[in-house]
Design a binder for this molecule. Structure first.
Ligand code: AMP
Length: 186
């Protein structure tokens, strides 16, 4: 099963991707987590993306696409994966289509987890993960970037007939229940 879990910052993608990983035994691939690990480990990639990430802006498409393409070579992704935080621009979505094609694979579904802006800000401020991009100013930038650059990605997959919409309001369990009923019926 190959799934994209899509939604604004604070929608709960990471939490739900981990639950899906556990239940269905398919690995989560989170570009944001990979960048945070690279920064922590002070790798070359980490040094290149640190200031961009901390500003709340997007890392350049080519950097993200190369990272995803290299990561997917690992056989642990052969039976599927959940993408969390990628693709975030139309250019990334187009590049991902090429990666799928080269690997002879197809995307099963693109799930848009939908939550309104007011609730997103509340959740990010409450999550207390200590992320350097979780301050009120950075969250504002991330939401703007999402609305301008990332939101159009949903239409891209709608045109491909891959879009599933899931209400992201409610408890973690309630949202997970909605996701599993969708995935069980694929
Ligand atoms: P996330 O953990 O998904 O919220 O990502 C945190 C930050 O990492 C984002 O605000 C971006 O700076 C960067 N990032 C993660 N994924 C991507 C992506 N697909 N494209 C560009 N930047 C990304």
């Amino acid at each position: 099963m190959r799934i994209i879990l899509f939604g604004p910052p604070g929608a709960g993608k990471g939490t739900q991707a981990k639950l899906i990983q556990e239940k269905y035994g398919i690995p989560q691939l989170s570009t944001g987590e990979m960048f945070r690990a690279a920064i922590k480990n002070e790798t070359d990639l980490g040094k290149r993306v640190k200031s961009i990430m901390e500003s709340g802006e997007l890392v350049p498409d080519q950097t993200v696409v190369d990272l995803v393409a290299e990561t997917l070579i690992d056989p642990k992704y052969d039976n599927g994966y959940i993408l969390d935080g990628f693709p975030r621009t139309i250019a990334q979505a187009e590049a991902f289509d090429r990666i799928l094609e080269e690997n002879g694979n197809e995307l099963d579904t693109f799930i848009s987890l939908e939550v309104e802006d007011d609730e997103l800000i509340k959740r990010i401020m409450a999550r207390g993960e200590g992320r350097s991009d979780d301050t009120p100013e950075k969250v504002k930038v991330r939401l703007e970037v999402y609305n301008n650059e990332t939101a159009p990605v949903k239409n891209y997959y709608e045109q491909q007939g891959k879009l599933s919409i899931v209400n992201g309001l409610g408890s973690i369990d309630e949202i997970f229940e909605r996701l599993t009923s969708l995935l069980d019926n694929l």
